[in-house]
Design a protein around this ligand. Sequence first.
Ligand code: PMP
Length: 479
Amino acid sequence: MAGSGGSGAPGLEALRARMDEVTMRMVGLLKERTEIAVGIGRAKRSAGLVVADAGREESLRRRVAAECGALGLDAAMGSRLLDLLLDESVRVQSGGAGAPPAAPRREPRPSMFQRAKALEAGGRRIIHMEVGEPDFAPPPEAERALAGACAAGRTRYGPPKGTPELRAAFAEYARRYGASPGAEDVMVTPGGRFSVFLAMSALLSPGDEVVLVEPAWPAYRDCAELAGAAVRAVGTSLEGGWVPRLEDVERAASGPAARMLVLNYPNNPTGRVLPPGTMDGLMSLAAERGLYVLSDEIYSEHAGPSSGWKSALSYGYGRAVTVQSLSKSHAMTGFRAGFAVAAPPITDRMARLQAVCLTSVPDPVQHAALAALGADVSGRTAEIRSRLRALQSRASAMGLRFLAPDGAMYLFATPGNGAGFDGTALANRLLGYGVAVAPGEDFGGYGRYVRISACLGVDELMEGMDAVERALAEGGGVG
Ligand code: PMP
């Protein structure tokens, strides 16, 4: 019988005994390694050095990959083991051998939005320029459909991928982006954020690597790390037009554990749309390496008409997951209505996880989303573009530097040459004035920037910019 002692398979018992012996030797080596890590931690503390050392980590990574090659061992497995060992070293070096189990690398902390909301709950008036939440009402079609859902008895559990009608309607909607998905390629999720979470949780394993172009919306890193993956960040700059260099992406994706490339265009926070040649290059690179592409396109309706924006859908790549949402385009943030487009083997995996987490997206919300797709939202997106233009003129007049956004709803700006400027210090001071902006450090290592959202009416935006000007004049951005 399988698993019982006397299986009768010749040689099996001897192999098991050897396997156990090797495992026990590895445990012994782990003990030895842990003691060394404690010693290193002590030495670093007394020399005033920090624990993490990216250069050493990188060189060890290369050695392990080379050794795997020489031994004929799966390099991805070697990389996963190394990730585990490195995490453990950092934990032990930080707190000694008795340190508690590894916590997530970056503990979520209250966002500027949460801090601003808490002040508001205490009675303060806050001008919300930190959050991407258009101040428009949802389309009346959606409101009516939501109210009508109960009368129509749409109050039951539904299928994990969403209702067939809504999946078909979302597929039809996505066809405007130069692709021809069918209902079978679509799954409904409670907002775009949950599509990101599901895609990363379903497709990544601990030790995998995710290539992320930064600055980036923070949830990508959070979700990747939650799935046990390591993030390989590719930095971009204002001087470089916030466009990633292909060779940098290539380098970040060169390891055997590279599994996914994350793209988000039009981009939050920079407003950049990729030049078509760069998008082509990134998609070819992903195909060569067999990477999944997670393309978050929730700002597609906010791409400027002449921006040249191109959806990942238009490449017909079988390992792409495209994320969409009605939150921004239809001002339906609180409905939690989004969807993912991907090949059915991918959405099957995502749907199994969605079923575990929440059974199904609330049926009344799906009913409302279906109705919302019939609404003309072009006035809303044009209004956001016009607000962005007003914000740009004011920011330029104040001497802020930024890339004129090709799309999305934000300005990612820094004063003057940015030297000595601390976006977090400015954001903290502004909160005291009742104005919230998002610090650049939330989007990666971009502490010299702040993100200003154009989701409010122009009068309120200008009032907020008055406060930014005052705070800067008072030296509020010097940390
Ligand atoms: N992706 C990006 C790039 C975003 O900026 C946001 C919201 N700020 C989301 C996804 C999440 O949107 P949703 O409300 O659809 O979850």
